[in-house]
Ligand binder design. Sequence first.
Ligand code: DGY
Length: 327
Amino acid sequence: TNTSLAHKPKILVARAIFPEALVKLEAFYEVHSNQSDQLMSAEALQKALSDVQGALVTGSERIDASALALAKDLKVVANISVGYNNFDIPAMNAAGVMATNTPDVLTDTTADFGFALLMATARRITESEHWVRAGKWDQWSIVNNPLGMDLHNSTVGIIGMGRIGQGIAKRALGFGMKVIYHNRSQLSAEDEKACGASYVAKESLLQNADHVVLVLPYTAQNHHTIGAAEIALMKPTATLVNIARGGIVDDSALAQALQAGKIFAAGLDVFEGEPQVHPELLKCSNIVLAPHIASATEKTRRAMVDLAIENLQAALDGKEPPSLINT
Ligand code: DGY
């Protein structure tokens, strides 16, 4: 072949990926890969980016001016994630580095999980399992069993109505739920019709929803979209599900509200400062906790890695990557 080592561009694979994907990359590139899967220190990342033309990273690697300070040859950083709040886009623009993400391939898998978390939360599934395992189940009871909240005939309020939010809405329709949503901008009439959703103001959504699902990107403006004041607007019987990003919910305020019974329950896949979880949240029984796994199916994780590789390859071949963020 004509892929002599000397001419292979160098790339960084910042975290463990599927072995087949690594083999595929090694055919084209000189790969510096961190298959230990331990998050690199900021210093190690800066150094690793100093002599590569491309990098595959996850949402956990922060790509900012400091990470890019020595990156003289870098053309592209491909996120293996749809959310890209780990990217400082102005800093990447200033460094002339293309940023890409992995939209679409994870939409349905993530919407499925959002629905799973909603159901587990409303029907107290994990709490019930703990109850069974702890030997507390001694009889069928009308009143002394974990009683949950219904999904059917209830109103779900979706905050963030992008691809995944619309996926949740379509699933909710199948459950006979009424769908209201809030978003930066209202959907087209056609898209609203496709997911049977009505646009409302955020306050109205919080007051009227039986279940609130958060699916919005994390930005400075979206920091603590749900804090004590917003929780105070919610029904005491309401559930809150966050499959978006930590930082969108004020976890300390949420823990207080759950402990005081201000809302019924919460389901969280993402946390402020994850993988740390606020100690007060860990004390709540009316909560379902998941380790940021909404996109975690074998098939979808492979599709995310493949799309990230496609983006990286396009950029290094001088073409426009299919999911370029910064044009
Ligand atoms: C995503 O794709 O944004 C997931 O949250 C993983 O980072």
